[in-house]
Design a protein around this ligand. Structure first.
Ligand SMILES: [Fe+2]
Length: 170
């Protein structure tokens, strides 16, 4: 009896390629970074992130007009080894409803370059959870520090603490 059905395997591979397609696009050169990222994708992500940040980027230390909303909006960023690939996990403990949701999560490296961006629907919340949304991305070689950003459709953009590659769990 096979451990994994053909359907499960195909689903798994599709999920893997969906992740890889974003983080590991065509080889190229992007700014001063040492990792490969398709220039067109990088430009789109950079422009999108800049647009999301137009209303400001908030942190628990500087919540601005959104004081009191820190816990639900500040993403956490955690580095981990997943099958030999350094991966960053972002989590935001926010509701995901049609009226109020986290509509985008992205990551910047030590040079402020965006190396992954994911648009989200309110239906993309963590399965089975009352609230919260999680996004994973592979960390490209050359990236030494990662900061996660989360955008709420009502409460603007929020930034995590920066985590360094040296702090990754091995
Ligand atoms: Fe919000």
């Amino acid at each position: 009896m096979p451990l994994l059905s053909r359907r499960d395997l195909l689903t798994h591979l599709a999920q893997l390629s969906a992740v890889g397609a974003g983080a590991l696009a065509l080889p190229g050169c992007y700014g001063d970074s040492t990792y490969d990222l398709d220039r067109e994708t990088a430009t789109q992500w950079a422009e999108r992130a800049a647009a999301l940040e137009q209303g400001g980027v908030y942190t628990p230390a500087a919540p601005g007009e959104w004081a009191g909303k820190e816990a639900a909006h500040t993403p956490t960023a955690t580095l981990m080894d997943m099958g030999g690939a350094l991966t960053v996990k972002a989590f935001v403990n926010h509701v995901m409803t049609a009226e109020h949701w986290i509509s985008g999560v992205y990551f910047r490296d030590q040079d402020n370059n965006v190396f992954f961006l994911q648009e989200l629907s309110y239906t993309d919340g963590d399965p089975g959870a009352e609230k919260g949304v999680t996004v994973y991305a592979q960390v490209p070689a050359g990236v030494t520090a990662v900061t996660a950003f989360a955008y709420c459709n009502l409460h603007d953009c929020w930034r995590s603490e920066t985590v360094s590659r040296a702090a990754a769990a091995t």
